[in-house]
Design a protein. Structure first.
Length: 302
């Protein structure tokens, strides 16, 4: 086997954890990215190649010599003329280029509880990309994370950012719907483990299941900025999110994300493979968490 692996988006969130794990294992890493100058990129000893879906030949060359491709590519929401259907098509281009380049295997990072029948385009699109991977002709494994936490996190960081600044915190509905956080390092561990097993689909979930209201409380306690929680209709929470989004020039929360959260799609039905607890990470990160806003649009579209 070649000693070179590829990671799409090694300078982004999930991809960064995978790239770091591979480097620690002594693997050479090449990242396929559209953001080679992202902050933090200079601290990673990886090769950089373009991820140009509009030019399949360029993608093929970017994957030459690669043994395992760890694919984290996806979009959180439609933007700048790119929608979930486009993301599925781009994944199909990536898989066909990997076949032509001689890649041995792909480990595809999906999401917990995708379904082709889901009314939520995010989860339906994730299911479609899984089908593209399985039908690619490559050896494959699929990893389905729940709610990933760790350095570079957006969701939990921005909850902390709001808690540091607002007099009260809006929670949509009753806040009793559950999430199951998993450490980014453990998602990487599971992905590298999956690379040794062909044709598997496995969830990456942590040991604790807690309600969304409990998640907010945990963040508030860790950063010593407890705030009254106000339970509001989901539509009002989205309206408030759009108002804050205009202020920070970002998308805070989408209706589909909220619906998936309230349907508990970020909870796994499988025994958890992760062991790291969210509370431990929150306490270790309390001095920095939420000190600055983390922008999704800055990270992926600007």
């Amino acid at each position: 086997m070649a000693d070179l692996d590829a990671v799409t988006g090694a300078f982004s969130f999930t991809g960064r954890f995978i790239a770091r794990r591979l480097l620690a294992d002594g693997r050479r890493v090449r990242t396929l990215t559209n953001h080679p100058r992202r902050p933090g990129a200079e601290g990673m000893d990886v090769e950089v190649a373009p991820l140009q879906f509009s030019n399949r030949d360029v993608v093929v060359e970017s994957l030459r010599g690669v043994d395992v491709l760890y694919n984290t590519y996806w979009i959180r929401f439609p933007h700048s003329g790119l929608d979930f259907g486009d993301a599925v098509d781009n994944t199909r281009t990536l898989m066909s280029a990997a076949v032509e380049a001689g890649v041995r295997k792909v480990v595809h990072i999906s999401v917990s509880n995708p379904s082709p029948d889901s009314p939520l385009d995010y989860y339906a699109g994730k299911a479609r990309t899984e089908a593209v991977v399985r039908e690619s002709g490559l050896a494959w494994a699929v990893v389905r994370p729940t709610l990933i936490f760790g350095d570079g996190d957006i969701l939990i960081n921005n909850i902390a950012w709001l808690l540091r600044r607002v007099p009260f915190f809006f929670v949509p509905g009753n806040g009793a719907y559950r999430v199951q956080p998993v450490a980014g390092e453990e998602v990487a561990d599971i992905a590298v483990w999956a690379a040794e097993h062909d044709g598997i689909t496995v969830d990456a979930a942590g040991p604790d299941i807690l309600s969304y209201a409990e998640l907010v409380d945990s963040v508030a306690i860790a950063i010593h900025h407890t705030r009254p929680i106000v339970f509001t209709p989901p539509a009002f929470t989205l309206l408030a999110g759009r108002a804050v989004g205009r202020f920070v020039k970002d998308v805070i929360l989408t209706p589909q994300e909220l619906e998936g959260l309230m349907q508990e799609l970020l909870v796994s039905a499988e025994p958890p493979l992760g062991r790291k607890r969210l509370d431990d990470w929150l306490l270790r990160s309390s001095d920095t968490l939420g000190m600055s806003y983390a922008s999704e649009l800055d990270r992926h579209f600007r």
